[in-house]
Design a protein around this ligand. Structure first.
Ligand code: ZN
Length: 178
């Protein structure tokens, strides 16, 4: 019984840190049904949400930069010859059309463009240039749709955040296998 109690305490502690069921099961060897019974009482803490948000930010940023193939989107559109646009995956920064404060589009693929440091700094300084750049990138219809999504209020559930992390992880894996 003492052993069980230790498992219980450990499971609760890990859940509060924001670990998922499958992550907890790797450390605490009990049936999933038992675990779910134990964790029913544990509220979704702020810390847990923060941990998932951070993780999703990292995975999403990596995905977008990998998608770009190492090219700055703005240099790619404006520079000729295009070979000048290659900056390398690690040297790209993600520029946001709408600030990351807007949760509804924080992990929206259309809201983010990988840029070189110079282009990023320039667009963050020049509001109208940034609008024009994203308009050119997405086209009028895509740009309007993004603005509409940005104006919606959205609080993702813990489960939605987890699903998004898994989704972008899978996309990264696909890109790396190509
Ligand atoms: Zn650039």
């Amino acid at each position: 019984m003492v052993y069980l109690n230790e498992d219980y305490k450990k499971a609760i502690e890990l859940r509060k840190k924001g670990l998922s069921y499958s992550e907890i099961l790797k450390c605490v060897p009990v049936a999933k049904s038992t675990l779910s019974l134990w964790l029913r009482s544990v509220g979704l803490s702020k810390k847990q949400r923060q941990r998932l948000t951070d993780k999703l930010d990292t995975v999403f940023s990596r995905f977008k930069r990998l998608m770009s193939g190492g090219y700055c989107k703005r240099c790619w559109l404006t520079n000729k010859p295009k070979s000048n646009a290659y900056k390398g995956y690690d040297r790209l920064q993600n520029a946001h059309c709408h600030s990351r404060v807007k949760r509804s589009v924080r992990w929206d693929e259309d809201n983010v463009a990988p840029l070189c440091g110079g282009c990023h700094m320039y667009l963050d300084r020049e509001y109208s240039a940034k609008q024009e750049f994203f308009l050119g990138l997405l086209g009028q219809a895509g740009f309007n749709a993004l603005n509409e999504r940005a104006n919606q209020k959205k609080q993702f559930t813990i489960e939605e955040l987890r699903r998004k992390i898994e989704y972008f992880k899978a996309r990264i894996k696909e890109l790396q296998e190509e």
